[in-house]
Design a protein. Structure first.
Length: 141
């Protein structure tokens, strides 16, 4: 599991790249907070046995958030758009992307792995290996 500081730093980098005109202190605070949320499942493991890298590292959380966000923003009277405008919609989509990429995917590229299908499956997945781009051989795995 990468340190939370590294996860937040990658989340902030993604936020800087994706926010565009919505980039400000408030949006970066939201993005940094969202990047740190998956690591809170270590605290949940005090009450739920085996929750580390499982309870909040599941892909069902960002998929559910993306589905809810999509359904809300496609309606004529979107709650998010009415309350925060285009700014809120942009920050929300970036937050979902940061949760999935910085919060969860970084733990997949680690030996300690993550249970990305939790609670459907308790199996931990990890992507281990190397990908090399060679000038003579091309892409080598």
């Amino acid at each position: 599991m990468p340190p939370t500081l590294v996860t937040v730093a990658v989340g902030v980098l993604l936020g800087v790249a994706l926010l565009g005109e919505a980039f400000d202190r408030r949006s970066m605070a939201v993005v940094a907070s969202v990047a740190a949320v998956p690591d809170l499942d270590a605290a949940l493991s005090l009450w739920i046995r085996g929750a580390t890298n499982a309870a909040l590292h599941t892909f069902f959380i960002p998929l559910s958030a993306a589905a809810a966000l999509y359904l809300d923003t496609r309606r004529e009277e979107s709650w998010l758009r009415d309350r925060y405008g285009w700014y809120g919609v942009r920050v929300a989509w970036v937050a979902v992307a940061v949760y999935a990429v910085a919060g969860i995917s970084m733990d997949l590229f680690n030996i300690e792995s993550a249970a990305v299908l939790y609670p459907v499956s308790n199996r931990y997945f990890s992507i281990v290996g190397k990908l090399v781009l060679s000038t003579q051989e091309g892409v080598v795995q």
